[in-house]
Design a protein around this ligand. Structure first.
Ligand code: SF4
Length: 295
């Protein structure tokens, strides 16, 4: 049996940047507090905690006077910056450049919609940290929908600017935009004003065709990701659609030997928040269960 780690799997550049920033601050001896888990991966969070990084939450920000607050790749709502500044807290902003660009686009879309009595619609997961930051650019007025079944909340007779959370499924986003165009047409609006912005991150969508090929070529796929990771859910579903022997794990302890019965090859892949070292550990764990594995 052979076992292969997906060469295109694991951390995206936004997450790499945030983690490298955290490691640098720790090396400099700073008392670093990351606002929320730095990535949706408990193993990586534990590794950084063992190096000295603290994880904090929004309620505790005022208690961090004169300390360093690290903003992770997902970004933060505008209020976080003002609360930190009024409490003399130093912010180190590791928001992914792609998320920053999207925040700016949404802010502009919101200003335009204010002038035109329109609506900002956000295809995303309500409550997700990135979505909270994006929604704050609209003064928390965006209509957040996770699928077409929630479209009745939109007034199709008024202007619409449509954006997506960076890690959403590109095909579902395109279908949603198509359904919205149909709804505008059937609303009888004579001069529809609808714009859809392509805001899904290429680090996720460009990965999918390669991941599908990878999942097809192995008998069994072990997909590693954090249970809270939106991107892990999307990528796992893509593997499962082409290989029914795909298993989701958050760490090596969840692997079961029975998955590898009558199996000649195993592929291991991971989300944009999954560290390479974790995929290596999963590989070692599978190898221990199956001593006949060749590399
Ligand atoms: S998935 Fe894309 S947008 Fe999100 S952190 Fe990674 S590079 Fe940035």
């Amino acid at each position: 049996m052979i076992i292969e780690i997906d060469p295109a799997g694991g951390f995206c550049f936004g997450v790499v940047k945030a983690i490298e920033t955290a490691e640098r601050l720790i090396r400099e001896g700073q008392d670093v507090y990351c606002l929320g888990e730095i990535v949706h991966n408990e193993h990586e969070v534990k590794r950084l905690a063992s190096m000295g990084m603290n994880t904090t939450c929004h309620n505790d920000i005022p208690e961090l006077k004169n300390r360093t607050l690290l903003i992770r790749a997902h970004g933060e709502p505008t209020e976080t910056y003002s609360i930190a500044s009024s409490n003399n807290i130093r912010i180190v902003d590791a928001t992914c450049p792609i998320v920053l660009k999207l925040q700016k686009k949404i802010r502009e879309g919101f200003k335009e919609m204010e002038r035109l009595n329109g609506q900002v619609v956000l295809f995303g997961q309500a409550g997700h940290p990135e979505v909270i930051g994006l929604n704050s650019q609209t003064e928390n007025t965006a209509i957040i929908i996770s699928g077409s079944e929630e479209m009745e909340r939109i007034d199709f007779t008024r202007p619409i600017r449509l954006f997506a959370q960076t890690t959403k499924d590109k095909i579902k986003y395109q279908k949603l935009a198509g359904l919205m165009e149909d709804a505008i047409a059937s609303s009888g609006e004579n001069s529809p004003d609808f714009k859809m912005y392509k805001t899904i991150c290429g680090q996720v969508s460009d990965r999918i065709p390669k991941l599908i090929e990878f999942a097809k070529k192995h008998d069994v796929i072990v997909f590693a990701g954090g249970k809270e990771s939106s991107n892990a859910k999307v990528l796992f579903q893509q593997c499962l659609a082409v290989n029914h022997r795909t298993h989701f794990v958050s760490g090596p302890e969840e692997i079961e030997p029975s998955w590898f019965l009558q199996c000649n090859s195993v592929g291991i892949s991971g989300a944009t928040s999954t560290p390479r070292w974790l995929m290596e550990e999963i590989k070692r764990q599978i190898a221990q269960m199956n001593p006949e594995i060749s590399y």
